[in-house]
Design a protein around this ligand. Structure first.
Ligand SMILES: NC(=O)c1ccc[n+]([C@@H]2O[C@H](COP(=O)([O-])OP(=O)(O)OC[C@H]3O[C@@H](n4cnc5c(N)ncnc54)[C@H](OP(=O)(O)O)[C@@H]3O)[C@@H](O)[C@H]2O)c1
Length: 407
């Protein structure tokens, strides 16, 4: 992108630039640029006094974190796409940049090519964010879209995503929700002004979702998405969570399909806003990185003191047991009289009230029931499941998911 759009990028910055050197790990890989541009000595880049801006696009905390820190200590502006590094060490690194009058930008770390960080830092900054919900991982959204549209089971949809290059050979980071949790932590840190500790982000992945659950959700008017959700729970506290979620088919996030990503948020003055687009891939990511680079160039030219906006560490987070929401539950029961009465009594004992139900006979003597509850505290819902299992009526609690009805 820096090569193809060089002229227009220079024009937008107001000065020319030069790509001095590119750090790599594997010297034997074929490259599309002259070999003289590449080095395996990354330290030489962050120590070079002729370099003004370092773009860190390696990933991981080590050695990327040390190199970013060294670049800042050597008075270089930094642009990074590294979600893990910023989620874990953003506060410290942004403070370091600010204290030295430098920029540290990381637009590409969340949502690939979709502008999210800059709008949160600037155009939306006057709002109190009352809720954010995002589809922040293209791999999982592709898998869930395939399960929804083709009726595939998780393993089949994952294998297809891997064959198409949308999922890594080891898909853990995506399907178990780690990638989304880093992005949730970064968005929440920017929106609420303090770094969210990673152990404060509740996380579940999508492996447990079956095509049957997707079918039942559809019958009830919902689809299932892996959402990152953040909301304030007290003036100085948030609840940040990543898990499969039923959302109404009419919700704008429900129409975000395939590898596309989106962030929906509700601000107290702006109301509902949604950003969507390509959340991964080299071109959209380059778009965000180069946008940050242009910003840095303009700041350098303007003699600015760095536009990094520091945030402190130590955001307080609420546990998932404090969540109050609706639930989807699928159970197997023994098909005999008074079963529903027993279930209703157990639910009632824990303040769980029912909003909808679907029933099906499985085979002689067994039935499948799906419930949607009204909003209830998560701890009460979990306690009611234990009571149901101990009631002698419920054979198996097959699956349960949280439901978001906010539009
Ligand atoms: N790919 C996306 O869609 C996307 C989207 C948003 C954000 N990001 C972020 O962008 C970063 C890079 O992701 P990617 O998918 O582009 O990864 P990638 O394809 O593996 O590229 C990483 C690059 O960094 C180099 N590198 C990695 N570790 C190195 C080391 N220890 N020493 C020297 N060079 C090293 C690699 O060198 P070689 O070429 O020699 O292997 C490669 O050129 C990550 O932080 C990721 O989270 C990626």
């Amino acid at each position: 992108m820096l090569q193809d759009n060089r002229e227009s990028i220079s024009k937008k910055i107001g000065m020319d630039f030069e790509v001095v050197r590119i750090g790599i790990r594997d010297a034997s890989k074929p490259r599309s640029l002259p070999a003289s541009m590449f080095t395996q000595d990354l330290q030489s880049i962050v120590d070079d006094p002729n370099i003004d801006v370092v773009l860190e696009l390696m990933g991981g905390v080590d050695p990327a974190g040390g190199l970013v820190e060294k670049a800042l200590l050597n008075n270089k502006h930094v642009v990074t796409a590294n979600k893990e590094l910023i989620a874990k060490h953003g506060s410290r690194l942004v403070h370091l940049a600010k204290s030295r009058g430098l920029d540290l930008h990381f637009e590409a770390a969340v949502g690939g090519g979709i502008p999210l960080i800059q709008p949160l830092k600037h155009q939306l900054a006057g709002n109190s964010v009352l809720k954010m919900m995002g589809i922040l991982n293209g791999t999982t959204n592709y898998i869930l879209t395939q399960m929804q549209q083709e009726g595939s089971e998780f393993d089949v949809a994952l294998a297809e995503a891997q064959a198409k290059g949308y999922a890594e050979a080891d898909p853990t980071n995506d399907v178990d929700g780690f990638d989304t949790s880093y992005k949730v932590a970064i968005l929440a840190s920017i929106a609420f002004g303090r770094q969210v500790p990673m152990d404060g982000v509740y996380r579940e992945g999508i492996r447990s979702i079956t095509k049957l659950d997707i079918k039942y959700a559809d019958l009830l008017g919902y689809c299932i998405k892996l959402l990152g959700i953040v909301e304030p729970t007290a003036p100085d506290r948030i609840l940040a969570r990543v898990h499969p979620t039923l959302i109404p088919k009419a919700h704008p996030l429900a129409s975000v399909l395939g590898v596309y990503n989106a962030l929906w948020l509700h601000g107290n003055f702006v109301g509902d806003v949604m950003f969507s687009g390509r959340g991964a891939g080299s071109d959209p990511t380059a778009s965000a990185v180069v946008g940050d680079f242009i910003d840095v160039g303009r700041n350098i030219l303007g003699g600015g003191a760095g536009s990094a906006i520091p945030y402190d560490s130590g955001m307080l987070t609420s546990p998932i047991s404090d969540l109050k929401t609706s639930y989807y539950l699928r159970i197997h029961v023994q098909d005999r009289p008074k079963v529903l009465g027993v279930i209703a009594t157990e639910f009632g004992n824990y303040d769980v009230s029912l909003a909808a139900m679907e029933m099906k006979t499985l085979d002689a003597g067994r039935g499948e029931i799906v419930f949607l509850t009204h909003p209830v505290r998560e701890q009460s819902f979990r306690d009611s499941l234990v009571a149901l299992q101990n009631s002698g009526t419920v054979e198996t609690v097959c699956n349960w998911f949280r439901v978001e009805d906010s539009q």
